[in-house]
Design a binder for this molecule. Structure first.
Ligand SMILES: [Zn+2]
Ligand SMILES: [Zn+2]
Length: 958
């Protein structure tokens, strides 16, 4: 009964608090009920053509060919003569849907919108299309419907191809773009004879939207450096030129058409997007036509430090960078539409070719529109907050708002347009700041209650552990009935007060959960407080100085782990400290060889956090590919082969290391006790398997380089390796090192298939250190004079644990649990390959499949990430067994599991570069060390991650 309750409570607490991240940090920033604002002056354009080349990088468009001609002659001419250009900076997540929402509706969707689906609108929003008289769209069925759905009435007409066309394996994705251009041409052809359509087209405030998905698809399938991607850009350029001349002809060259060419996001060198790398966030923007400034020659240096101007040979032409959401008000202003009510964009005045009065008026409209949102947000917050608790945004109180708008109006009337513009700009930035202020108003309060709940839970777990597993002096059981009842009454009262408070504030349902959950948690913790008084009573018998020393060390170690979330190289520092442990603890004298291998193991592992993140900057694969091309031209076949082999040098080393260590181990254990025949057979076959897996990737990659596709035999071997790695270890004997070796061999063979470079060495080095750790812990036990020390090689996982032999907790267990947490984090950040699952290098799964399939790819990558974890988890379980601290004596191992899960979830988020999560981490940072100390204490007994997954349990015990 106890176990189930503990398990369920632990699970609920962790799930609720984990989900709270999304509720507190990723909420929709939108407000409703504002009045649309538009400029009273006549707009320069009657119609606007918006062309979005999905997944086009800024540099791919702007960079010239080696012969200094352009791949995109039409757009280059526009940049150099007819229009204004710049870089449009997108925000994370760099995905299609948020990108288009920023372009067309002018606001940045919260991150969770990505998870909530791509086609549906999680919330209603206003867009430029919605404000237009009519909009015609051509393109992908993933993007267009969301703007048609969001629009009132039926003035947004969409033309999409069937979804099946977007096949990543298709021979030529650029036909998606050809389809769009052909449709546009036939649409205007038809309009010539259809008089009603023609009349609608000749009206003002119309938008034509061309969504071109070919470049994105080609980038995913072939990477942005490929000929396919680059050819597709040239095709789009030709298409744009044709569409422009067609439209100009149709509208009789009336000079009333404005054109906007941009993209929703970029793409990394390895064909992915979603994160915040410059290759993903820098997109091109080219605007020309009615109301747009022509190219401005400049002679002096431009205020951009990034060096791109030189790379793109555009130093002589003025560059005007914008944020992606600024494009929405720009389009609205060109067409004279009201700015989308949820837009947070700031009018990019450098693009406008119009009178100063027009610019000032546009800016004024923009300011009022943003201010409206601020006011609405403020009213909402004021309504749901008790008056005495409400603190308004001081920089923009109601009197200041009125003063601002009044002054701006007067400045415009006095024709002091530049002053008016700068005043409006500061009003916009204040309003945006205020919007963030009110949007995050509850964050502190919610964060506090979540942290309170967590501290309650950890203290509860600590007290339970102390009560059941530490040899404390028990106080004779007093009549506890009475205080418990009082406590219960008190907690109910607190819960009622909280509920009433939330009820008055009209808070959302989820707030009740976050605020009420700490109450039962703290109730349980306080109920266990007897253990605390027991601890205080036992304090004189504890070695106080040692405790204090441990506390300081652990606090320092935790701070180090926290910093390692931000700087991976801190793990190296930590490992360097750990390497000295046998020396400092005096074990060195007793076990010289083991201490020395521990020292070396730590130092070898310390090298990994210093290496670049796998799949990131120096992309070995691309470098080698280039080398191969150059060499094959100059030096012929032999050198090429050598280079290709160098690429697999690391995996070869890893495989050989694995084979060597296992052979050594087998040889040494053979001398002591001869292996069972079945065991011997299994180990040999597993070693042969590793050797095969060593060869498969090199064969596959060379076959792919020669464009012969993925050999079927290799694919079969890869998939069967993956499948067998889950059950082959179960066949070996359950004797400690036999089982561990078997697990290690099967995991390594899978990891080898999934590696692209130096990270292949990570599992062998990690396993080596883990092996030494098991041995050295055994030494430590001996050094403490524990007579119950068991010979390691005789330990059997499946043996029944003698309950009488299980020892109580000791101070040394704090160190063990710290090591465990440290190694788990090292396993996670060591290779950094989980930096961001969505920007991994697809090359690492080429042995399994070559067709773009995000689900299978993601699954394989996850498995690759988990492999080092399994090694650490199995090691810790082994140490538990070997030091007779059974993790199964108390069945509440879940809490431990979840603590680690929580820590990991934190770490993973940091690396995905979602800015909001970074905020969360920074916020938690101060409380984190405290939390972590508490966590570590609970980790003492409950370090039983294998139990998280029945599979791990199974691997070790059966
Ligand atoms: Zn896209
Ligand atoms: Zn894409």
């Amino acid at each position: 009964m106890r176990m189930i309750t503990f398990f369920l409570i632990g699970l609920t607490v962790h799930v609720v608090f984990f989900l709270s991240i999304f509720d507190i940090y990723f909420t929709s920033p939108l407000v409703h009920g504002m009045t649309p604002q538009s400029t009273p002056l006549a707009p320069p354009a009657s119609r606007l053509v918006l062309i979005v080349a999905d997944g086009l990088r800024a540099d791919s468009l702007f960079t010239l060919l080696p012969n200094s001609s352009s791949r995109t002659p039409f757009l280059r001419t526009v940049i150099e003569e007819a229009g204004t250009w710049g870089v449009s900076h997108t925000r994370v997540p760099t995905e299609s849907r948020p990108g288009h929402v920023a372009l067309i509706a002018g606001f940045y969707e919260d991150v969770s919108a990505v998870a909530k689906g791509w086609k549906e609108n999680p919330v209603e929003f206003d867009s430029v299309f919605n404000e237009s008289r009519s909009t015609w769209c051509w393109g992908s069925p993933d993007i267009l419907p969301m703007f048609a759905k969001g629009a009132t009435g039926d003035h947004v007409h969409t033309h999409t191809y069937p979804a099946e066309e977007e096949d990543f394996a298709s021979t030529d994705a650029s036909r998606l773009d050809t389809w769009v251009f052909t449709q546009v041409k036939s649409f205007f052809q038809a309009a010539k004879t259809n008089s009603t359509l023609k009349a609608t087209l000749l009206e003002d405030k119309n938008i034509f939207f061309l969504h071109l998905l070919g470049i994105d698809t080609n980038g995913h399938a072939h990477r942005p450096m490929s000929q396919e991607y680059l050819d597709n850009i040239a095709l789009v350029d030709t298409g744009v030129a044709e569409v422009v001349s067609l439209m100009e002809d149709f509208f009789g060259h009336d000079g009333r058409t404005a054109y906007v060419f941009t993209s929703d996001h970029g793409m990394t060198n390895w064909g992915s997007h979603g994160a915040g790398h410059p290759s993903e966030t820098l997109t091109p923007l080219v605007v020309w036509g009615a109301g747009v400034n022509k190219a401005q020659r400049v002679t002096e240096a431009q205020p951009y430090e990034d060096g791109y101007l030189k790379d793109w040979n555009l130093e002589h032409i003025r560059r005007a960078d914008v944020n992606q959401a600024d494009i929405a008000p720009l389009m609205a202003s060109l067409l004279g539409l009201p700015i989308p009510v949820n837009s947070v964009g700031v009018m990019p005045l450098l693009y406008l070719n119009n009178s100063d009065q027009f610019k000032a008026e546009s800016m004024y409209t923009n300011a009022i529109q943003v201010l409206e949102q601020f006011k609405m947000k403020m009213i909402q917050k004021k309504e749901t907050t008790l008056p005495f608790l409400f603190t308004p945004f001081q920089l923009l109180t109601e009197s200041k708002q009125a003063e601002f708008t009044h002054r701006a109006r007067i400045l415009i009337q006095l024709e002091k347009y530049n002053d008016a513009i700068s005043l409006c700009q500061s009003l916009i930035s204040l309003s945006l700041e205020g919007l963030v202020y009110y949007h995050t108003y509850d964050r502190f309060f919610l964060g506090c209650s979540v942290v309170l709940g967590f501290i309650g839970w950890t203290s509860y777990v600590i007290l339970v552990i102390l009560r059941t597993h530490a040899s404390l002096i028990r106080h004779p059981n007093l009549a506890k009935q009475n205080p418990n009842q009082n406590l219960a009454r008190f907690c109910v009262a607190v819960a009622v007060v909280i509920t009433l408070f939330l009820l008055i504030q009209r808070s959302p349902i989820t707030y009740y959960i976050y605020c009420l959950l700490p109450v039962p948690v703290w109730y349980s913790a306080l109920k266990e407080s007897g253990a605390l008084s027991d601890l205080i009573r036992s304090a004189p018998s504890l070695p106080l100085w040692k405790c204090l020393g441990y506390f300081v060390l652990v606090a320092f170690g935790i701070e180090l782990l926290v910093v390692s979330f931000f700087h991976r190289s801190m793990l190296t520092v930590g490992l360097a400290f750990l390497s000295l442990w046998p020396l400092l603890s005096g074990l060195f004298g007793k076990a010289k060889l083991r201490s020395l291998s521990w020292f070396l193991g730590c130092l070898c592992l310390a090298a990994f956090p210093l290496m670049p993140v796998v799949g990131r900057e120096p992309n070995l694969h691309l470098v080698y590919e280039k080398c191969i091309i150059i060499l094959s031209r100059s030096c012929g076949w032999k050198l090429l082969e050598m280079v290709a082999r160098m690429y697999f040098f690391c995996s070869a080393c890893a495989g050989l290391l694995t084979l060597f260590t296992s052979a050594c181990y087998l040889w040494s254990s053979w001398r002591r006790t001869p292996l069972h025949t079945s065991d011997r057979r299994q180990f040999f076959s597993q070693m042969i398997h590793v050797a095969v897996c060593l060869y498969v990737p090199s064969l596959t990659h060379s076959s792919l380089q020669q464009k012969q596709g993925l050999p079927l035999l290799n694919q079969i071997i890869s998939w069967s390796t993956l499948a067998s790695s889950t059950f082959v270890p179960l066949l070996s004997s359950t004797r400690l090192f036999h089982r561990l070796l078997s697990i290690f061999l099967s995991l390594t063979s899978t990891y080898l298939l999934l590696s692209t470079g130096s990270e292949a060495l990570f599992p062998p080095v990690l396993s080596w250190l883990m092996f030494v750790w098991i041995n050295i812990e055994q030494e430590a036990l001996l050094a403490q004079g524990d007579s119950r020390r068991q010979e390691l090689s005789t330990i059997d996982f499946s043996a029944n644990i003698d309950i009488t032999k299980i020892r109580q907790l000791k101070l040394d267990d704090i160190r063990r649990s710290y090591f465990f947490v440290f190694f788990i984090i090292t396993a996670f950040f060591g290779t950094g390959n989980i930096a961001s699952i969505n920007s991994f290098d697809p090359a690492s799964i080429y042995c399994f499949l070559t067709v773009f399939n995000p689900f299978i790819m993601g699954g394989l990558m996850m498995w690759k990430v988990i492999i080092p974890f399994i090694i650490v988890m199995c090691t810790f379980e082994t140490i538990q067994v070997a030091t007779q601290l059974s993790s199964r004596s108390i069945s509440s191992s879940w809490c431990k599991t979840m603590e680690a899960g929580w820590i990991l979830a934190q770490g993973k988020s940091t690396r995905t570069q979602f800015v909001s999560i970074k905020l969360l981490i920074t916020y938690l940072h101060r409380l984190f060390p405290l939390l972590f100390v508490l966590l570590l204490f609970c980790d003492l007994q409950y370090t039983d991650l294998p139990n998280k997954n029945p599979y791990f349990l199974c691997v070790l015990q059966h």
